[in-house]
Design a protein around this ligand. Sequence first.
Ligand code: NI
Length: 164
Amino acid sequence: MSIREICRYPAPVLREPTETIHEFDGELKKLVEDMWETMYASDGIGLAAPQVGVPKKVIVIDYNGEKYALVNPEIISREGSVTNEEGCLSFPGIYVNVDAPERMDVRYCDESGEAREISVDGFLACVFSHEIDHLNGRLLIDRVSPLRRQFMKKRLAKDAKSGD
Ligand code: NI
C-alpha cells in the first residue's frame, strides 16, 4: 500500500469525466488499498478516485467504522433534504453548510465485482452523496452560494500562497 497525493481544487482531474470499472483486477485492488491508506492518513471519512488523480468510478468511505468500497455506484433514489456542515480533502481546512439528501438507495459493485444495493440515511447519506458527486465532477464549491464561493476561492488562494 502507498499513500497517494491528494489533488486539491482547482486540479483539472477533479472535473474530468470518470471511467466505469470493467476489470475487477489487481490494479483495482491496489487503487482501493491506496485510497484507504491515503484517506486514513488525512483523517478523512470518504475519498473518491479523482481526488488521487485517477478519473475512475471508485470510492472509499469509513463512517464510524462502517467501511464501504464502492465501484461504479449509482443513485437509484433519493429523498428529503438536510443541511450539514461538510468538508472535503480537496478543500483542506474549509467547512461549509450545504444541503444533501436525507435518504438514498445506491446500487454499486464491491471490490470483487459483486453487485450490491444499500439504503443509507442521516450523515452517511451525505457522505455517499458527496463522494458520488466527485465521480460526476461536482464539488463542494459548486453547492454553495456565489458569495460563499468567492470566499472559498479567496481562502484557497491565500492558503496556496502561504504554501499550506
Ligand atoms: Ni470531497
